[in-house]
Design a protein around this ligand. Structure first.
Ligand code: SAM
Ligand code: DTB
Ligand code: SF4
Length: 346
């Protein structure tokens, strides 16, 4: 079921002590609460599947301490120019054939340049014409660019707050936290759905995890999609040898995100390759209902499609059908059928 099943009273006034109390519950109590809320609003056996593509890789002017693509660190990543529109569309077709319903395109930019932007708009239109939901993550946007993306039919814009307001300054110095919130507000005002979340396992404190989720939950509207990434440690970045997050604490993050933002899709994002299937299953139980699907994230690897299909089958999970657009006939929303074809082929 694509849409939340019931209307919920959504809060935007969460206090730190309340979120702290949610985290402090015994694990089973927290999971029971999160799962109960999840079932009120979503089909508990449906997971939304998005495929990622890096449309412009490396040499980014930003200094995000976790990122393989920052030009500030020596990560050995080969930089690439913006892909041609045709290359992007053939990757999108392959993603659709594999059963993805949303195609997310990411660029290592501070913001899109005037030279590149027309091609980005063509990519949105082309991917949309393939019958996929579209998502872009391109950094900061001007108002004009945001409006042009909305007019091209962009469904989602991903722009993460990444962590708490306090910890942010230890992770990124080239873009202010407030600027990220401004971009999110522009995106929302243009009628594009917001995808915003962040990363855990960057050496942040429990207080930072609370602050990070509080910031998302207290936005004027909850993001439609909330990616929770587990840091993929990249050699050459300042975070290459930071300590791992306790896997149960990762599940707690998912559960608390579900409770705070009951009708948002919570995405179990980067870091799945480092998780076993039991841990992923616990995340689904705790309220995660979206994944990145396909063997590549942006520059790092992700579980094989065949592994994810096998896991879905073992857990009785089915892919969430794509949202049908008002202007299109119903039979176009057959992504679920395509996914079953892909599963049968493996
Ligand atoms: N350059 C654009 C930006 O930063 O807004 C878009 C792409 S950027 C790679 C998107 C998000 O991916 C980041 O905000 C971060 O949350 C996540 N990310 C990047 N590198 C990661 C890593 N090594 N591990 C986990 N998540 C990561
Ligand atoms: C998000 O929150 N996670 C995705 C997407 N938004 C663009 C990116 C994950 C990147 C993981 C590291 C890499 O592959 O470079
Ligand atoms: Fe650039 Fe995005 Fe990586 Fe930051 S996360 S360095 S903005 S590509």
């Amino acid at each position: 079921m694509a849409a939340p099943l019931r209307h919920a009273t959504l809060r935007h006034d969460w206090q730190n002590h309340e979120i702290e109390a949610l985290f402090a519950q015994p694990f089973n109590d927290l999971l029971f609460q999160a799962h109960s809320i999840h079932r009120q609003h979503f089909d508990p056996n449906a997971v939304q599947v998005s495929t990622l593509l890096s449309i412009k890789t490396g040499a980014c002017p930003e200094d995000c301490k976790y990122c393989s693509q920052s030009g500030h660190y020596h990560t050995g990543l080969e930089k690439e120019k913006l892909l041609a529109v045709e290359q992007v569309l053939s990757a999108a077709e392959a993603a659709r054939a594999g059963g993805a319903t949303r195609f997310c395109m990411g660029a290592a930019w501070k913001h899109p340049s005037a030279k590149d932007f027309p091609y980005v708009l063509e990519m949105v239109k082309g991917v949309r014409a393939l019958g996929l939901e579209t998502c872009m993550t391109l950094g900061q946007l001007s108002r004009e660019q945001t409006q042009a993306l909305a007019e091209a039919g962009l469904d989602y814009y991903n722009h993460n707050i990444d962590t708490s307001r306090d910890y942010y300054q230890h992770i990124i110095t080239t873009r202010r936290f407030e600027e990220r919130l401004d971009t999110l507000a522009e995106v929302r005002a243009a009628g594009i759905k917001v995808c915003s979340g962040g990363i855990v396992g960057m050496g942040e404190s429990q207080r930072d995890r609370i602050g990070f989720l509080r910031e998302l939950a207290n936005l004027p509207q909850h993001p439609d999609s909330v990616p929770i990434n587990n840091l993929v440690k990249i050699a050459g970045t300042p975070l290459e040898s930071v300590a791992d997050i306790d896997p149960f604490d990762f599940v707690r993050m998912i559960a608390v995100a579900r409770i705070l933002m009951p009708v948002s899709h919570v995405r179990l994002s980067a870091g799945r390759e480092q998780m076993n299937e039991q841990l992923q299953a616990l995340c689904f139980f705790a309220g995660a209902n979206s994944i990145f699907y396909g063997e590549r994230l942006l520059t790092t690897s992700n579980p094989l499609e065949s592994q994810d299909l096998a896991l879905f089958t073992r857990l009785g999970i089915h892919p969430e059908p794509r949202q049908v657009r008002e202007e299109e006939p119903l039979e176009k929303s057959t992504a679920s059928a395509l996914f079953h074809d892909a599963a049968a082929a493996h």
